[in-house]
Design a protein around this ligand. Structure first.
Ligand SMILES: C[S@@+](CC[C@H](N)C(=O)[O-])C[C@H]1O[C@@H](n2cnc3c(N)ncnc32)[C@H](O)[C@@H]1O
Length: 327
């Protein structure tokens, strides 16, 4: 297993440290509500200790103050909890600041697992990952000879199962925190590799190095231009005859529409977080595949998802997407 870690500049690391710090403080205060009253209490006891014996009134005043501060603290944490129940406030990040956003969502293993998959328990990761592997095997006819790349692998929910069914599995992700948790989860598998992406795109991956490229539960969080970028890049890193699979929440289906609507309702109550899902239509995904040069393009629906697949032609061929590039 191999992890490429990219260096950060000072501003990026200061931003990340500040977000991390705020979130860690928030979590500690949430988890240990006795902290502040205890701090006030000990401070007050220290303060009034020398006078305690001589003035009952002072002791009484200290007790009242302690009671009030404890009440204020309890109120403040309830208010905080209502504002952002589990996640750090990330509204100051742009949608395209993927690394900062997803690093802030993956500070500890359970948080990373929930952000990446919606679950924290290993049994659910195995069940849902297994279903995704069945879809991939069926739609892309995966065999034990395939060398496979996942774009946006998270904690390796799918890779931990798929690696047992192919020659090699590589998980690429923009978040170094996610990759740390994936590394821990995938210990023991010898045919896997993890790649830290230095930005949106597959700059770290060589041309024609995989038979299969897939991305699941990632496109919803990307800007549309980056969806296209990953499909174009997927074409580049696939060998001739290689297969691609991408999915997103289906804007046109009832289940996908419910997901969209519930996020819309939520966004009216709160500011939009930068990772809020944005669905696709089958025609958006298949258009990117066709423009990149893929053949045998198909759409499949597993509500709430729409899945698009394609095959890189065997012969060299100019990608149709080049028509759209400026000359
Ligand atoms: C919802 S999780 C899905 C994880 C995994 N595919 C799964 O289904 O279990 C989205 C993942 O995409 C990664 N990600 C977000 N933006 C990315 C980008 N521009 N390039 C690569 N990975 C990205 C995040 O770090 C996160 O691990």
């Amino acid at each position: 297993m191999q992890v490429f870690v990219r260096g950060n500049n000072t501003n990026e690391s200061a931003d990340r440290t500040s977000t991390t710090f705020r979130f860690v403080v928030y979590r500690v205060l949430q988890d240990h509500r006795w902290l502040l009253p205890a701090t006030f209490a000990s401070g007050l006891i220290l303060l009034i200790g020398p006078y305690g014996r001589s003035s009952r009134m002072l002791t009484l005043a200290a007790s009242v103050t302690m009671g009030i501060s404890a009440y204020i603290w309890g109120y403040a944490t309830r208010a905080l909890k209502r504002l952002h129940p589990r996640w750090p406030k990330l509204h100051h990040f742009k949608r395209t600041e993927y690394e900062k956003v997803w690093d802030a969502l993956s500070l500890c293993h359970s948080q990373a697992s929930e952000a990446a998959t919606g679950f924290t328990d290993e049994a659910s990761l195995v069940t849902t990952g297994g279903k995704c592997v069945e879809n991939l095997i069926e739609l892309l006819s995966i065999t034990s000879k395939d060398e496979i790349l996942e774009i946006g692998c998270g904690v390796g929910r799918v890779g931990s199962i798929l690696a047992l069914r192919c020659r090699s599995w590589t998980g690429a992700d923009i978040s170094s925190n996610m990759l740390k948790h994936a590394t821990a989860r995938l210990t023991g598998l010898c045919n896997i590799k993890l790649v830290h992406l230095s930005g949106a795109g597959l700059a770290e991956i060589k041309d024609k190095s995989f038979n299969v490229v897939y991305s699941t539960n990632v496109f919803a969080h990307l800007d549309e231009l980056d969806r296209w970028r990953y499909i174009e890049e997927g074409y580049r890193v696939l060998r001739p005859g290689g297969r691609i699979y991408v999915d997103n929440v289906d804007l046109e289906g009832d289940a996908g529409w419910s997901v969209f609507l519930s996020d819309y309702v939520r966004s009216k109550r709160e500011e939009h977080p930068p990772y809020i899902p944005r669905p696709s239509t089958a025609s958006e995904l298949t258009t990117y595949l066709a423009r990149a040069g893929f053949l045998a393009i198909g759409s499949h629906w597993i509500p709430p998802l729409v899945i698009a697949i394609g095959t890189k032609p065997l012969g060299e061929r100019s990608p149709r997407g080049e028509q759209a590039k400026p000359t």
